[in-house]
Design a protein around this ligand. Structure first.
Ligand SMILES: [Zn+2]
Length: 314
């Protein structure tokens, strides 16, 4: 049994979102070193603020300013900070009830060690040097030995140049293993061969193989070489240019049933104007220099496949 493949995989994209009136006031307030909360119909002050009362679902617009000092209500020590976390050295995650608030705000507390942290300790906001209207405008909290508590004050939420949106980076950083069946498939692709697996029960050939037949629930281990040519079963015209992808739009992405396969795989179609691609078009793979999988598929020039030959594979 050859070694199962494994590779690092990073999925990363920026998530852009607009802010409603309350979040906009909250984040703009942080930029101006002001912490805002909302007061519910029952008189409770929620920080961070929400737009709807979690109990009654009533809309809330009653902004108030709370203190930049508060009390730790619970905490956990973070021994190994990860990429993108508030501090690059060990710190405590804390829930801080800011003076005047009835709820806890989750943030980081800069402390020398877990022995320096306790529930009930007093802390204050350490503001970031450069503030943009984001939760990171609070760099972290720091211990602050003072019993002086600020009062809640009404706030109209009016600021110049209010923040109306944020970009939240999302990143998944993990190690991916395709398993034994797809390892065989990928290794065969390195020799420019497409190898699927046949189900011993229903005789279907899966490409790429997953190691089991999803219909019969039995292992598939009979190797079957398919292709290299195939038939376009369905397709779409892509009009949105993807970042980091050096292909001009519009282009066509298709489901292709390789000859002998009972499952369509997907690939890009080129070598034909995008508006002439059609169901039934016969195609063959085109490999790029040193590529480990087909760069795209191009027409073979054969007559189109009869619909009945691929209708079960759409
Ligand atoms: Zn089966």
């Amino acid at each position: 049994m050859p070694e199962v493949l494994k590779a690092p995989l990073i999925v990363e994209f920026p998530f852009t979102r607009s802010l409603g009136p309350v979040q906009s006031a909250f984040l703009t307030g942080l930029r101006e070193r002001t912490v805002l909360g909302v007061r519910t119909g029952e008189g409770k002050v929620l920080v961070p603020p929400v737009e709807y009362d979690p109990v009654t679902a009533e809309e809330i617009r009653d902004l108030v300013e709370v203190g930049a000092t508060g009390t730790v209500t619970t905490w956990a020590w973070n021994h190994e900070p990860r990429r993108g976390q508030p501090l690059d050295r060990p710190f405590a995650w804390v829930l801080v009830q800011l003076d005047g608030a009835d709820t806890g705000l989750l943030h980081a507390l800069d402390a020398p060690g877990p022995e320096a942290v306790r529930t009930g300790m007093r802390v204050r906001v350490r503001w970031a040097g450069e503030r943009t209207g984001a939760i990171t405008d609070i760099a972290c909290f720091e211990p602050y030995e003072s019993e002086t508590r600020s009062q809640v004050a009404p706030h109209d939420g009016e600021f110049e140049d209010r923040v109306s949106g944020i970009v939240a980076p999302a990143r998944l950083d993990y190690s991916y293993s395709p398993g034994r069946a797809q390892t065989r498939y990928i290794n065969a692709l390195a020799d420019r061969r497409a190898v699927g697996e046949r189900c011993p029960s229903c005789r279907k050939v899966y490409v790429p193989p997953r190691g089991a037949c999803p219909t019969c629930g039995v292992a598939t281990d009979e190797q079957v070489e398919v292709g290299p040519a195939g038939t376009v079963t369905t397709y779409c015209i892509v009009n949105i240019k993807a970042k980091n992808l050096d292909i001009e739009v519009p282009y066509v992405y298709a489901h292709i049933a390789l000859d002998g396969a009972d499952l369509a795989l997907h690939g890009r179609i080129a070598g034909i104007p995008y508006d002439q691609v059609r169901m039934g078009l016969r195609v063959e793979p085109v490999w790029s220099e040193g590529g480990r999988w087909p760069d795209h598929y191009r027409p073979t020039g054969e007559p189109d496949a009869d619909y009945d030959t691929y209708k079960e594979l759409i």
